[in-house]
Design a protein around this ligand. Sequence first.
Ligand code: ADP
Length: 200
Amino acid sequence: MTAILGYAQTLLTVKLSEEDREEALNYIVEQCKRLERMSKKMTRLLELGQSNDLEIKKEKVIDLFENAVKSCDGIIKDKEISVRVIEHGETYMMDIDLMTNVLINLIDNGIKASQNKAEIILEANENTIKVTDFGKGIPKEEQKKILEPFYMVDKSRSRKNGGAGLGLALVSAILQKHNVKIFIQSEEGKGSTFILEFPK
Ligand code: ADP
């Protein structure tokens, strides 16, 4: 908010060149989009805390994977990521809209941690779903904390990537509603796997 206000006030009070004016406006648009994403996530978190009307049904994991990959299409193309899907016709009990949200957050985080042209693996097996990236990894001491609201490992980098440390808090809240456990396996410089364990 402070940044938006600052840039808007400059636009109102200082005579800027066309180029600087455009840059300031672009900055305002980007920051507004970030605030919008953040407030959507916060609203969702609050709603989840109160509601019990999840639509939990037997759903095909392949549909879940396809929904999530489609939603991440922009960042997948931008970074020329290849997504490998491994599944064997599994079906799990879930609210597919909410679980798609979980997968989108995990894939998005994995891609942000990865170099261009890297691979992301989505895998279903028995009662688990795994999302694996080969990116920068998460330091051991941070692995528990990243599920907390507003926690970011590298604050400046995460801001640049448009995050606010709310993605995984939302993931945790949705998983709790499903009685799904989450485990993180990660090694710095090698990558991370987020494992979702559904009830048997
Ligand atoms: P944001 O909404 O800012 O992305 P998240 O709650 O999704 O926040 O993630 C919290 C922090 O955890 C991020 O700032 C990031 O540093 C770290 N993180 C999450 N997933 C990964 C990953 N796959 N690889 C490396 N770091 C990750």
